[in-house]
Design a protein around this ligand. Sequence first.
Ligand SMILES: [Zn+2]
Length: 253
Amino acid sequence: MIGIIGGTGIYEIVTLGDEIDTKVIKTPYGKSPEVSIFELHGKDVVFMPRHAKGHSNPPHMVNYRANVYAMKELGVERIIATNAVGSLEKTVKPGDFMVPNDFIDFTKLRPGTFYDSRTVHVDVTEPYCNYMRRIISSSGDVVENGVYVCTEGPRFETPAEIQMFKLMGGTVVGMTGIPEAVLARELEICYASICTVSNYAASISPNNLTIDEVFEIMEKKKHDLVSLMDTAISKMGEERDCDCKHALKGAEI
Ligand SMILES: [Zn+2]
């Protein structure tokens, strides 16, 4: 089963498939948002709106553990996430898609692990699934590779923060990518992200940032995003032969 955890702009992927079912999954961490399970290109796919219906949970209040745990419960082996990001690089423009290969975590208040009573140090030398990144990058016009900086939000970043992230090697900045990617790895689920650049970050952009500009770009790019996702799913093989399925090997004390 392939899971999609989507933010703004990807909801209509469900309409491409034959809808089978909608469900809410109970987990030890709380209930998941209502998910839609459907068939696409002969594959079972589940779509989860990250922020729940109507975008009611802001990035710092999303129950990432319940979301990822619910995916595991449903039998998901691969997750494609979508994230809206601001760009730190003039060459990575609003409207571009980027597939990150690494991240820097600046979140502060989010439970970031499933392992509170066992000591598990999961390896994140390759934080995103290489196989899935390759498939997505060959499915459309995307910027391959880049470093995703995750902030706590919900406020946007200051110019000084953006300059610091740039010096550290960041390519884009967002609020929803972490701990989701790490939690997936902790459950040995393959995970890759398609980032949609919605604007330039503070001080890279000549203007103050507004949520309207974010939604405007996401609205403009949503058909391209859905079509990129659709092609990527059609190309994904049945069996996993990447290292993600052994992510816990050697991780536990
Ligand atoms: Zn993988």
